[in-house]
Ligand binder design. Structure first.
Ligand code: BV8
Ligand code: ZN
Length: 253
């Protein structure tokens, strides 16, 4: 369990001109948002996320899927960014103030990176605080609550759904393109709090490796990505990210 930050990594981070970060549910764990790998609690303990986050589940039981997202929206509404989110926002400020590039790619749908002050955020899987119509695809900000959820689209009467990417659905093309470019053109990639299983997000770090980038994994556990990383920092995002960012700030490089 190495939580010490190797001097060589500090040097590489100080020298990096284009840094990209890829985050997963683990970066929000210390904000109280359960990860997919954590057992679902309460009413949802009986379901696996992969069984709920699909168009088939929504078609079969729209009320149940809408209810799961309403529960998660409420959890996220109460959640606050943790020091890990804030450290990534500080890193963006630090690098861009020095004319260096920083891109944050997230698989998370909780919007906590933006709340922490991150400006350039690529949301690969959408955002559960945005709701859209499952028929006309319009983003709907207000709706009449319905006796039989999900509520209906005020424009076409279709069932409303969260504006997230379900399993089996294509990722937003612009987001995936921007994320692919950021992975292929970085010289250092931080991979934080992801089990590196879900595709195509999990392939992005391999694009960075192919492009010769230094790969850093921040996670309490090993993942399928671990054999490819240059530095595996075993610990949590809320502790390791602030430590890592602090190593490059004092010299104001
Ligand atoms: C697509 C939004 C095609 C919804 C999500 C077989 C092989 C390869 C691929 C597939 C396959 N079978 C099916 C597929 C495709 C499928 C896929 O990858 N399935 C997996 C299960 C194998 N992918 C898709 O379906 C994608 N679409 O392929 O479309 C297509 C193309 C064209 C046209 C039509 C179709 C869509 C995938 C997106 C699904 N949506 N989220 C919602 O949130 O409800 S995925 C969701 O799960 C998250 O967004 C995230 O991506 C994933 C969860 O992963 P993590 O974020 O990594 O979180 P997890 O809980 O797994 O892990 C947490 C990690 O944090 C752990 O490692 C833990 O150790 C660590 N941790 C814990 N605490 C901390 C911590 N780290 C740091 N600090 C801590 N404190
Ligand atoms: Zn509609």
């Amino acid at each position: 369990m190495t939580t010490r930050i190797p001097a060589e990594l500090i040097e590489r981070l100080r020298a990096a001109q284009r840094v990209t970060a890829l985050t997963g549910a683990g970066v929000s764990a210390e904000s109280g948002v359960p990860t997919f790998r954590d057992a679902q609690t309460g009413l949802w303990a009986q379901f696996r996320p992969e069984e709920l986050a699909t168009p088939q589940a929504f078609a079969a039981n729209p009320r149940r899927v809408w209810g799961w997202y309403a529960w998660r929206r409420e959890l996220v509404r109460k959640a606050r960014p943790n020091p890990g989110h804030k450290a990534l926002a500080e890193l963006e400020t630090h690098l861009t103030a020095r004319g260096r590039a920083f891109t944050l790619i997230t698989q998370n749908v909780d919007g906590l990176h933006q709340q922490a002050g991150s400006r350039k955020v690529i949301e690969l899987h959408g955002n559960l605080q945005r709701t859209k119509c499952s028929q006309c695809e319009e983003i709907i900000a207000q709706w009449e609550e319905s006796e039989t959820p999900p509520p209906r689209c005020p424009l076409c009467g279709g069932l409303l759904r969260p504006d997230v990417v379900w399993f089996g659905e294509a990722l937003p093309a612009a987001a995936l393109q921007a994320a692919t470019t950021a992975a292929q053109h970085c010289d250092l990639m931080l991979v934080v709090g992801t089990s590196a299983v879900v595709q195509p997000a999990a392939s992005l770090p391999l694009l960075a490796v192919e492009a010769g980038a230094t790969l850093v994994e921040i996670n309490p556990q090993d993942t399928p990505l671990t054999p490819w990383v240059d530095y595996a920092l075993r610990g949590t995002a809320a502790t390791l990210l602030p430590s890592l960012i602090a190593t490059i700030q004092p010299l104001n490089r």
